[in-house]
Design a protein around this ligand. Structure first.
Ligand code: GLC
Length: 749
């Protein structure tokens, strides 16, 4: 009988004994059996636990399989055995997790199964576009589907918890983790947060092919001063609630079972010890039912923040603020028992946290079958399946944004000679981007391979690297220029190294590194048609390229199927449909730059000196939020509304006709914006309130409708009440934030 069967029989039999009141004392008589059987089971287990074992359930450690933070503790197996650790992260594969689970359910006293977490952010083994890239698809089904596939792969590899989605809104591309989120807008970010949570977690935990979602980093992590990771976050409550909070709320409302506290302080209080966040908002306003985990050593870091004097006080502040699980600090393990014995932390608070964690394990079915996520046969079938590759290719294509096209794209498949140039042309490793889970570059289709797959043997493809991503060496230029001279067209792949974005990678300059842009200039000087393929994790500052590239595709880091997806777009098998989820600045000096800015008292006026502007560059971004071209063209009719004056509580329906005026079928993201012209506080000049991604055949016209509700008009008024105020509003609709038509409506009491 193999070890799995032994553990399987031992565990339920053991639990069966004490759950049914056999040899062990069942929960004390006075315990409320609770409204559901799981509550009874949780209370029965809790009643058996020592204070140390309870604190063990509140403790999460990384194994030495990977590191995503500054410290790794040795001896996690002993921690499991002694009941001092109830969850692990950075540990995966069915075999490795089964071995650790066996220690928990066979060698610990109470045999409570472990949770296994991992950063499955944009894929486990099959890699999808980085989240910022996927956000450019504006395709919620695609966003949900990629999370569903990632969850299925992760769940087949022993994992039952992902530390995703990261929903931190940001308007600062200097911040390296911009790659990990959905960009600058609360509405788009909220829609994506919802799609990701549903994709990862599904609607019930016990199926075994989904994982717990974890909305992170709560809260405001994407707004560090100076765009410098981990830096201070300070903003008005109004800005926080209206702009930064909505995506977290959307994730919790979608059912996210866990939330991760952010590293940053907010208005002077570190999130990890911030009861306003973790109790008042998360539980009080949103009725969050799950548990809160810190970020990596987040508790200990409150000593550096200077909000507590030592690790013990940090643990007390965190647990009393509503943080249930300590990731990697060991603050709870080392000090919480003493804090309880000193009366500084009521044991009732410990019990509350442990109940939430035990409930989670029951909901996942881990007490019934602790090895349900450790099925190696299933792992072999699911990982990198052909079906998953098809999803990856589809999501990747939809994430590509066409920024410029002076008649170069799509390229003809019948081309005779094509030069494929650049440091990222024949590269696989960078395609998985940062936060790449268990993804491996070797599984990725490079751009060169994707083009070869597309064109077959009939086309002469000449490859030249040209230069490295970084460094001043131009010695490869000659071969690249020679390749271009022989070719009918050039595809140039340039950008960032994948580790130039992600955690702890803030950059003060966000240019295209090294000699890549010079290589582009020289290639363009040959007069050959050059299509530039950008691969990057953040908006880049590229004023010359943005104005001069004959064709410019924003391809982010597209994951395992990158090369095939880009080739689909380059040769017209997929008409690019992406729209930017974040503004691209002209220069770093514009940052933060975002479309939903305020008008100010001296709005920019070309004809007046005394207005809000830069004297050296325009106010407008290089490429605006919501912008993206197509191989076809779309014409918008004048928007119509069913009423121009309406009473509070009435809806307004806006109708606009969109026509495909080109010769190719194509998708358009029809965007709906609002401006509140007068408010009790200043209001943004534009706010996204809806969008629809539609496919139109050549010549096809379609009526698109948006319904405006009173809640769409609401904001935090001068007295911080969430309410709509009467007055006039401009409703805007178009294919980019800077290309809209508007119609005015007025709300009266
Ligand atoms: C990291 C990240 C967080 C991640 C965690 C575990 O520091 O901030 O997003 O989930 O540690 O890897």
């Amino acid at each position: 009988m193999n070890e799995r069967k032994i553990a399987y029989i031992l565990l339920p039999a053991f639990l069966g004994i004490f759950l049914l009141g056999g040899a062990f004392t069942v929960a004390p008589k006075q315990a409320d059996p609770g409204p559901d059987p799981i509550t009874r089971k949780v209370d029965s287990v809790l009643a058996l636990m020592t204070l140390e074992e309870k604190i063990g359930q509140m403790t999460l450690y990384t194994t030495d399989w990977g590191s995503t933070g500054p410290v790794i503790r040795p001896g996690y197996a002993d921690d499991i055995r002694s009941g001092h650790c109830g969850a692990l992260f950075n540990s995966h594969t069915a075999a490795f997790t089964r071995g650790l689970q066996r220690i928990a359910v066979e060698e610990s006293r109470l045999k409570i199964p472990l949770l296994f977490g991992f950063d499955v952010v944009h894929g486990y083994k099959t890699m999808f576009p980085i989240p910022l890239g996927e956000a450019a698809s504006w395709d919620m089904e695609a966003c949900e589907k990629s999370a569903e596939v990632a969850a299925a792969e992760a769940a087949s590899a022993g994992l039952n918890w992902t530390f995703a989605p990261m929903v931190d809104l940001t308007r600062d591309p200097r911040w390296g983790r911009v790659m990990e989120g959905a960009g600058e807008d609360p509405y788009l970010g909220s829609r994506i947060a919802r799609a990701k949570v549903i994709g990862f977690q599904g609607t019930s935990f016990d199926k075994g092919d989904r994982v717990l979602a974890c909305v992170k980093h709560f809260a405001g992590y994407g707004a560090p001063i100076g765009g410098r990771d981990y830096n201070t976050v300070d903003m008005s409550e109004r800005e926080f609630r209206e702009v930064y909070l909505p995506p977290y709320k959307a994730g919790v409302e979608a059912g996210a079972w866990t939330v991760m506290a952010a590293f940053n302080d907010l208005d002077g209080v570190p999130s990890t010890g911030n009861s306003w966040l973790m109790k008042d908002i998360l539980r009080g306003e949103w009725n969050f039912p799950g548990f809160v985990v810190t970020d990596y050593t987040g508790i200990n870091e409150m000593v550096s923040h200077g909000i507590v004097a030592n690790q013990k006080e940090a643990g007390e502040l965190a647990v009393l603020a509503g943080v249930d699980m300590d990731m990697q600090s060991a603050a709870y393990q080392d000090h919480l028992k003493q804090s309880v014995e000193e009366g500084k932390v009521p044991e009732a608070r410990i019990d509350e946290a442990v109940r939430a964690i035990l409930r989670t394990k029951f909901l996942l079915g881990l007490f019934d079958d602790p090895y349900k996520f450790c099925n190696e046969e299933r792992e072999q079938q699911v990982l990198l399946s052909a079906e998953n590759q098809a999803v990856a290719r589809d999501v990747a294509r939809k994430s590509i944004v066409l920024l410029r096209n002076e008649g170069v794209l799509p390229l003809a498949k019948e081309i005779k000679t094509l030069a494929v140039i650049g440091p990222l042309a024949d590269d696989q490793n960078n395609l998985i981007g940062a936060w790449s889970g268990a993804g491996e570059g070797r599984h990725c289709v490079s751009l060169l391979s994707g083009i070869r797959n597309k064109l077959g043997k009939g086309v002469n493809i000449i490859y030249a690297k040209g230069c490295e991503i970084e460094g001043e060496d131009q010695s490869g230029f000659a071969a690249a220029l020679a390749a271009a001279q022989k070719a009918d067209a050039v595809v140039l792949a340039i950008g960032e190294h994948k580790d130039m974005s992600g955690e702890a990678t803030s950059r003060a300059t966000i240019r295209i590194p090294g000699q890549q842009e010079e290589l582009a200039r020289q290639l363009m000087a040959t007069g050959k048609p050059v299509a530039v393929v950008l691969m990057n994790g953040r908006p880049l500052v590229m004023p010359w390229l943005a104005e001069n590239a004959p064709a410019l595709l924003e391809c982010w880091w597209l994951g395992t199927q990158a090369g095939n997806a880009i080739a689909d777009v380059l040769f017209g098998d997929y008409n690019p449909s992406g729209k930017l989820p974040i503004s691209f600045p002209r220069l770093e000096g514009q940052i933060p730059i975002f479309y939903s800015h305020k008008n100010t008292g001296r709005p920019f006026d070309l004809n007046s000196k005394w207005t809000s502007k830069y004297v050296d560059i325009p106010n407008s971004p290089q490429f605006p939020f919501g912008y993206g071209l197509s191989y076809t063209s779309f014409r918008y009719g004048k928007p119509q509304v069913d009423k121009t004056v309406f009473r509070r509580g009435q809806d307004v329906t806006l109708t606009v006709t969109v026509e495909n005026t080109g010769r190719r079928a194509g998708e358009e993201v029809v965007q709906f914006y609002l401006r509140d012209l007068v408010g009790s506080v200043t209001r943004p000049v534009q706010e996204l309130k809806g969008f629809q991604k539609i496919m139109l055949k050549p010549g096809e016209r379609r009526e698109i409708q948006f319904t405006l509700t009173e809640n769409d008009l609401a904001f935090y008024t001068r007295t911080m009440q969430w309410a709509a105020e009467t007055g006039s509003f401009d409703l805007m609709v178009g294919g980019s934030s800077d290309d809209v038509q508007s119609v005015r409506v007025t709300m009266i009491e």
